[in-house]
Design a protein around this ligand. Structure first.
Ligand code: ADP
Length: 144
């Protein structure tokens, strides 16, 4: 069975993505794996609980997901990977939850992510990376 690599991408942090590119390319070369890129964008449905008249799914959500998919496409173009082995996912909500859920859904063999924003130099592991390392059922490569 072919392998599945999950690469969560914070589309607002290009430096984090630069860190993982060579590692993703190296893993992808090892076997004919499918590389799943995931971008999670904030979900404003939270505000519905304040009774401000928001629909349970914000009408903007589809437009924001479409815009995020364009940005993700540009980012993925920086990786040297065969196009037919790339899948892109854009979801709204909490990054760590969606990363863990998608890893289960695609039966991921490995998750590859950067450890933390370079600007947060006092932290060894960002909050999403830490949660993924703690809860993922598959191997996780944390790139520093
Ligand atoms: P920090 O808290 O320093 O930003 P994070 O743990 O949030 O560190 O980020 C580390 C990694 O987590 C990123 O390189 C990316 O792989 C993943 N990640 C963070 N935010 C998102 C997001 N919105 N969508 C997808 N992946 C994300």
């Amino acid at each position: 069975m072919s392998k599945n690599i999950l690469v969560p991408i914070d589309i607002s942090e290009i430096e984090l993505t630069q860190q993982v590119i060579p590692h993703v390319e190296a893993y992808a070369r090892q076997d004919d794996a499918t590389i799943h890129f995931l971008a999670v964008i904030p979900d404003y449905t939270y505000f519905a609980s304040y009774g401000l008249g928001y629909a349970s799914i914000s009408p903007d959500t589809i437009a924001r997901e479409a815009a995020a998919k364009e940005t993700l496409r540009d980012i993925v173009a920086k990786f040297s990977l065969p196009e037919d082995r790339i899948e892109m996912h854009v979801l709204s909500g909490t990054p760590k939850d969606h990363i863990l859920q998608l890893a289960d859904d695609i039966n991921a063999d490995v998750i590859i992510l950067a450890s933390h924003r370079p600007s947060m130099s006092t932290y060894l592991l960002g909050s999403n990376a830490a949660a993924v390392v703690r809860h993922a059922k598959c191997s996780v490569l944390v790139v520093r």
